[in-house]
Write a protein that binds this ligand. Structure first.
Ligand SMILES: C[S@@+](CC[C@H](N)C(=O)[O-])C[C@H]1O[C@@H](n2cnc3c(N)ncnc32)[C@H](O)[C@@H]1O
Length: 211
């Protein structure tokens, strides 16, 4: 009999905090730049499932305005606060106490889940709190074969969001250069490779706007 994996406990662990703190800064900065332009001028921006705040630290600098990082895991929120970021422990499926003009979700568990009903619940909750003109940026891995058990954004997600009254602003792949190469190659070469081959990248980004 298989042993079931307690995902919530994992995200409270020091090991998970270490994993999500170990990204490459240059790679993540370029990734964040690709979608930060859609969040600029929005305030407050709410991040759901923000992990250790690695992206929050970068995106909040790029966008200005108020930025609120949240995560279901207390350990992740503590790690984000260590970066000097405003952070609240919150379940993305029950957003409260904030009226965001934009929402960002990078690989949140409710959207990388294979369970379409769970993804729909998450989209519905995001839609509930966003005003007309509000922007939603969602990213997941891009390739099912490489993502293990994680769901990759696809047409079912786009259609679900369009059905909730969103219009698509952008739908692209990026992050072709792996972290290992970012550590070995000159940064400018990574930028050039990314500029040339981003459309084959390992991350999928969907940006939509509420009617
Ligand atoms: C794969 S990690 C991604 C973390 C971060 N966004 C990153 O890219 O490093 C998934 C995150 O979703 C969080 N999470 C899981 N279920 C959640 C929920 N219902 N509401 C909010 N966050 C959740 C986990 O605690 C974890 O930090």
């Amino acid at each position: 009999m298989g042993v079931s994996f307690d995902r919530d406990a994992y995200y409270e662990s020091a090991r998970a905090v270490g994993v999500f703190n170990a990204y490459h800064g240059g790679k993540e900065e370029l990734f964040c730049r690709r979608f930060a332009e859609f969040l600029k001028g929005k305030s407050p921006i709410l991040e759901l499932g923000g992990g250790t705040g690695f992206h929050a630290a970068l995106v909040s600098r790029m966008t200005g305005g108020r930025y609120v990082h949240t995560d279901k895991s207390a350990a992740m929120c503590d790690a984000a606060r260590l970066r000097g970021i405003e952070s609240r422990q919150m379940d993305g499926l029950a957003i409260d106490g904030i009226e965001p003009q934009a929402i960002l979700a990078v690989g949140i568990s409710t959207i990388v889940s294979e369970d379409f009903d769970l993804r729909k619940r998450q989209f519905l909750e995001m839609s509930r709190v966003l005003p007309s003109g509000g922007v939603l940026v969602i990213t997941t891995p891009a390739y099912r074969r490489l993502s293990g058990e994680m769901h990759c954004l696809d047409a079912s997600d786009r259609n679900a969001l369009i059905g909730l009254g969103f219009t698509e602003l952008a739908w692209f792949r990026c992050s072709i250069v792996p972290a290992g190469l970012w550590r070995r190659l000159p940064r400018q070469l990574c930028w050039i490779l990314e500029a040339a081959f981003a459309s084959f990248g390992f991350r999928r980004v969907l940006v939509v706007k509420k009617h």
